[in-house]
Every structure is written in structure tokens, then in C-alpha cells.
Design a protein around this ligand. Structure first.
Ligand SMILES: Cc1cc2nc3c(=O)[nH]c(=O)nc-3n(C[C@H](O)[C@H](O)[C@H](O)COP(=O)(O)OP(=O)(O)OC[C@H]3O[C@@H](n4cnc5c(N)ncnc54)[C@H](O)[C@@H]3O)c2cc1C
Length: 308
């Protein structure tokens, strides 16, 4: 996400410095957007940054920072002009994590892992030039980043989700349910959705090849795959019945290839995947937020009332 953003909006120096390190894996990034009081309403963010002697000094808190403990850089949305209107006084800063001004605390989730974190900034510092686009231009950078976040999996998702539907069909057969009308109907719908995802992926790829970057229309695919995943894994868990009460702790099955003979089709892996699927309708903007975006900027419906 940040690599693609810098390709489009970074300075020559930022591209020269950061892009090779992203490609080599030397730098690992995490995303500092959400705060305890600012998730869907990102413009409500309160983390502050001010320029002091050629450096940005940052104070505040982020939450739900995925993989912050394995990352060495974070891109952070900060308020740099507290007097400006809420969308206008924001800047996106690129901040090294390994410094005394940053403290990271893990959050344990119901799925058992703790890749989530709280990230505290207490006089954290970064160089003045580590800013995307420019001071108080952060909203533009954030919207572009979110378009990339919502759109960048569009072409690869059908592969993962197609493999998952294959496993679901195998599960229905294993459980003797593949002759059941209702199950067959749901399997066909799930398969059909993966084909729709394929065409959405082609459309996005074609756009990339023409030099377009996913914009607000990326909400279509984000909403589509995440809602698909919720109902599809729900069917998996229903097929398991009482066996779905089996202990969890396996890697979600979406991460295995269809032709991987070692991939599990166990109750534990389906239950983990089902629980993880719920989060897909939350991160990168919730389904409700995607529907608002589509209603307003794609369908042209009146804007919902928002705080000024
Ligand atoms: C797996 C996962 C990984 C994440 N990783 C990161 C990360 O790395 N970095 C990061 O910054 N954040 C991350 N997040 C946080 C994520 O971006 C937020 O959880 C998300 O934006 C929702 O914000 P919130 O949790 O504050 O919920 P809220 O904004 O409080 O929303 C609560 C409920 O109200 C609904 N709602 C809110 N506003 C509206 C509206 N205007 N109209 C209709 N309904 C509305 C929402 O849809 C939701 O159902 C992650 C979240 C998850 C689940």
C-alpha cells in the first residue's frame, strides 16, 4: 500500500530511499490510521505533530495497528493544523518505529493471535521531509492509500476465494450434504461470486495497465469480497454442525493453495477462518462505510449528515 502510494505521490528521494527497501523486505511497514475515537470517522483523529528544529514531533495514540511489532516503519495520520477544518489540517508522516518516543502494546484477539497493537507516540520524531505530498495534504494521501488498500487484492482474491470454495464443495461431499438442495444452492452462489470477483479483478488490472489507480470504486470489490467471505465461511461452519465446536488455532484456510495436498479441511481451520472473516468487513473501512461511499460517490445519492 505504502509502496504504491509513494510511487504515485512520493518525492524522488522518497522513492529512491524507500521503494528498494520495501521490495527487499528490509523495511516492513504498518498503518497508523485508527485511533480510539477515530475509526470510520478518520477525520476525527487527534494525534498531533508539530515541526521542531527540522523534525516532526508526534504525540498521541493509534489503535488496531496490525503487525506493529514486526514493522520498522509506520505511516501515521497526524493533525498538523489544529485550527483548520477537520479534513484540512492533517498530514501523513513516515516514521521510524525503533525510537524511544514510540511504545507498542499488543492486543489479544478472540481468534487467539495478537498481531493487533496499540501504538503510543510520546514525543516521537521523524525528519521534516518524511511527509507524503506535503503539510496538511494528508487527507488526499489517506484517500489514495485507502483506494489502494481496498483495491490492491482485487486481482488475487479470486484465486484464494476460488480455492476456498473448492474446499467447501469437498467439505459438503465429505459430510454427505452435497445432495441437499439448500446447500447446493449456496455452493452455486458462492462459486458464482468468485467468478464475479474474477471479472472485478480483470477490470482493476486493466485500469492499472492504463495507469489508473483504484479510487472510490474500489469499495465495490472490498464490500463484495468481504461480505462473500462472511457468508461462505458461515456455510462451512454450518456444514460442520457440532464439530465446529472443535478447538481453534490453525492457520486460516484461505492462506493455502487449492492444490496444496497438506492443506487442512478441518473443523478447526474452518472455524478460525469464519471468525477471521468477520474482520474483513471491518478493516480498510467497514461494510457500512463502503455502502455510504458507493451511495454518495458512485450512485450520487444525497450525502449523509456528518460532523463539520
Ligand atoms: C483485522 C483488522 C486489522 C486492522 N488493521 C488496522 C491497521 O493496521 N491500522 C489501522 O489504523 N487500523 C486498523 N484496523 C482498524 C479499522 O480500520 C477500524 O476498525 C475500522 O475503520 C472501523 O473503525 P472502528 O473500529 O473505530 O469502528 P467505528 O468507526 O466505531 O464503527 C462502529 C460501527 O458503526 C458503524 N458506523 C460508523 N460510522 C458509520 C456511518 N457513518 N454510517 C453507517 N455506519 C457507521 C460501523 O460500520 C461499525 O459497524 C484494523 C481492523 C481490523 C478488524
Amino acid at each position: 500500500m505504502i509502496g504504491n502510494l509513494l510511487l504515485r505521490f512520493g518525492t524522488d528521494e522518497q522513492k529512491r530511499h524507500f521503494l528498494p527497501r520495501i521490495v527487499s523486505g528490509e523495511d516492513k511497514w504498518c498503518q497508523g490510521f485508527s485511533e480510539p475515537g477515530a475509526g470510520s470517522d478518520l477525520a476525527g483523529l487527534r494525534t498531533r505533530a508539530r515541526l521542531v528544529d527540522g523534525e516532526w514531533v508526534i504525540d498521541g495514540q493509534k489503535i488496531w495497528t496490525s503487525d506493529a511489532r514486526t514493522a520498522n516503519w509506520i505511516f501515521v495520520m497526524t493533525r498538523t493544523d489544529p485550527e483548520a477544518q477537520r479534513h484540512k489540517g492533517i498530514s501523513m508522516l513516515l516514521v521510524p518505529i525503533d525510537q524511544p518516543g514510540i511504545t507498542i502494546r499488543p492486543i489479544r484477539t478472540m481468534v487467539g493471535g495478537s498481531s493487533f497493537n496499540e501504538t503510543f507516540f510520546d514525543g516521537a520524531r521523524t525528519a521534516e521531509e518524511n511527509i507524503v505530498i506535503g503539510p496538511n495534504q494528508g487527507w488526499q494521501a489517506a484517500m489514495a492509500l485507502l483506494g489502494l488498500e481496498r483495491g490492491d487484492e482485487v486481482a488475487t482474491n479470486p484465486i484464494f476465494f476460488g480455492a476456498e470454495v473448492d474446499r467447501l464443495i469437498a467439505l459438503a461431499k465429505e459430510r454427505g450434504r452435497s445432495g441437499d438442495d439448500k446447500v447446493r444452492n449456496e455452493l452455486v452462489k458462492a462459486y458464482t461470486r468468485t467468478q464475479i470477483m474474477r471479472y472485478l479483478g480483470f477490470r482493476t488490472l486493466t485500469g492499472w495497465l492504463k495507469g489508473e489507480v483504484p479510487g472510490r470504486d474500489a469499495s465495490v470489490s472490498k464490500l463484495f469480497w468481504s461480505e462473500h467471505h462472511k457468508v461462505t465461511t458461515d456455510l462451512g461452519v454450518s456444514l460442520l454442525g457440532a464439530d465446529a465446536l472443535a478447538p481453534t488455532g490453525r492457520k486460516p484456510i484461505r492462506h493455502y493453495r487449492a492444490d496444496d495436498p497438506g492443506a487442512p479441511n478441518s473443523s478447526a481451520s474452518w472455524v478460525d477462518t469464519w471468525m477471521a472473516a468477520i474482520s474483513g468487513t471491518i478493516y480498510a473501512g467497514t461494510s457500512q462505510v463502503q455502502r455510504n461511499i458507493l451511495a454518495e460517490s458512485v450512485l450520487g445519492l444525497p450525502k449523509e449528515a456528518r460532523p463539520k
